[in-house]
Write a protein that binds this ligand. Structure first.
Ligand SMILES: Cc1cc2nc3c(=O)[nH]c(=O)nc-3n(C[C@H](O)[C@H](O)[C@H](O)COP(=O)(O)OP(=O)(O)OC[C@H]3O[C@@H](n4cnc5c(N)ncnc54)[C@H](O)[C@@H]3O)c2cc1C
Length: 394
């Protein structure tokens, strides 16, 4: 790879947000370079999201990376909510004019985007160290980094901060310029991936006195299960046997009896956090995806929000380069945040509905009971859940 000097858009981070933005810009003939702190294999090994909204799937398709997703992804038209020893199906399609979600792993989305980027011959610097950004409040932003032991400077028109929650872009914004809204929940999710058929054809969200559980999947032969655990719990403290025993305790007897267990391929703990940093633009720096916001995974919104942000940002950048118009760039933050706050609300609501937190008193527990009973009986309540779960319009 030759030493970089200038590009139109420098993209920091090669997660789904950075890769998709790169593809949408390349598709429109806009030059871009991605800088990624980790190796390609490391990025591909991170087991994360698995639920795509139909709107996200359409964006991936329009970007020319939807072929395998449409072939291998599983279309789901409902989810189960389990509580009080029984399962209650929520129809997603009926109240939403036939919409559903697609089960397709984030690792697969990332792989498809990486393959496409290679075919496009668009440059990515993996294992870029000490990435630092500056000048985004002036005319020509600059990115410095070290790659294979050599120091590089990259000049650009715009920087896209797609570097996730622990990246370098958000902390580079001057102190006081950001409004932060945050809630850290007193629990985490312990996830286990294994090569066993899923216990059910659709996802099961379980509310139980011992804590939340989720029966999810990645394919007809690969399952993903989650248990609510203590915040900061050590995944290695959980043997596979201990995990399966605890999961069975939280499932209704019929589901527990149908569960096929097996050796885990991966186990990890994810924290539960709601977080929004506003605004998402500072001069020539734009934040997108987890760099600007986090949702607890209960509503399956994180990856979808990253795709939505990038859709808006790519539209704005394309408008700038094709029409020399700043309108889209000026509207980006407000447009993205309106949708983000809807997803924040929904993810908080799903989390509060289904988890038992140590500080949940009797009153809050009784409210949870009442809300779940209402959800099981009310078509209006089910329609509201379905509308949000399949994704609000982009
Ligand atoms: C257990 C779990 C389950 C989830 N389930 C779902 C789900 O079902 N549905 C859903 O929609 N979402 C889900 N999510 C959330 C989803 O995975 C994230 O929202 C998504 O990864 C965000 O993409 P991103 O590209 O913005 O950030 P990331 O995927 O975090 O990518 C950021 C990239 O930037 C790189 N980077 C960081 N710092 C630097 C630096 N200084 N220099 C260069 N590069 C840097 C990182 O290495 C990384 O590759 C889940 C998350 C977890 C943890």
């Amino acid at each position: 790879m030759t030493r970089p000097a200038r590009t139109q858009v420098a993209i920091i981070g090669s997660g789904p947000a950075g890769l998709l933005l790169g593809r949408l810009l390349t598709q429109a003939g806009i030059d871009n370079i991605i800088l990624e702190r980790r190796s390609k294999d490391h990025v591909l090994s991170r087991i994360r999201a698995g639920v795509l909204e139909e709107g996200s799937a359409r964006i991936l398709e329009d970007a020319g990376v939807g072929g395998r997703m449409r072939e291998e992804g599983l279309v789901h038209h409902g989810i189960d909510i389990a509580f009080g020893g029984g399962r209650h199906r929520i129809d997603l399609s009926g109240p939403t004019g036939g919409k559903g979600v697609i089960i397709y792993g984030q690792t697969e989305v990332t792989q498809d985007l990486m393959d496409r980027r290679e075919a496009d011959d668009a440059p990515t610097f993996y294992e870029a160290e000490d990435v630092a950004i500056s000048g985004f409040d002036r005319h020509m932003p600059e990115t410095r980094f070290i790659h294979e032991g050599r120091a590089h400077t990259l000049l650009c028109d715009f920087i896209a901060g797609c570097d996730g929650f622990h990246g370098v872009c958000r902390p580079s914004v001057p102190q006081g310029a950001l409004d932060i809204a945050e809630r850290v929940y007193p629990a985490g999710w312990l996830g286990l991936l294994c090569e066993t058929p899923p216990v059910s054809g659709e996802l099961i969200y379980v509310r139980h006195g011992r804590g939340f559980a989720l029966c999810s999947m990645r394919s007809p032969t690969r399952s993903r299960y989650y248990l609510q655990c203590a915040a900061g719990e050590d995944a290695t403290a959980w043997s596979d046997e201990r995990f399966w025993e605890e999961l069975k305790r939280r499932l209704d007897p019929e589901t527990a009896a149908a569960l096929v267990t097996g050796p885990s391929i991966e186990k990890s703990v994810a924290p539960l956090r709601s977080f929004v940093a506003e605004p998402m633009r500072f001069g020539r720096l734009f934040l997108a995806g987890d760099a600007a916001h986090i949702v607890p995974p209960t509503g399956a919104k994180g990856l979808n929000l990253a795709i939505g942000d990038v859709h808006y940002l790519a539209e704005a950048l394309i408008e700038y380069y094709q029409e020399r118009s700043q309108r889209g760039l000026e509207a980006y933050s407000e447009r993205a945040l309106a949708r983000i706050w809807q997803a924040e609300r929904f993810s908080w609501w799903m989390t509060s509905l289904l988890h038992s937190f140590a500080d949940t008193g009797r009153f809050a527990q009784k409210l949870q009971d009442a809300e779940l009973a209402y959800l099981a009986d009310s078509r209006a309540a089910q329609a509201a859940l379905a509308e949000n779960y399949v994704g609000l319009p982009l």
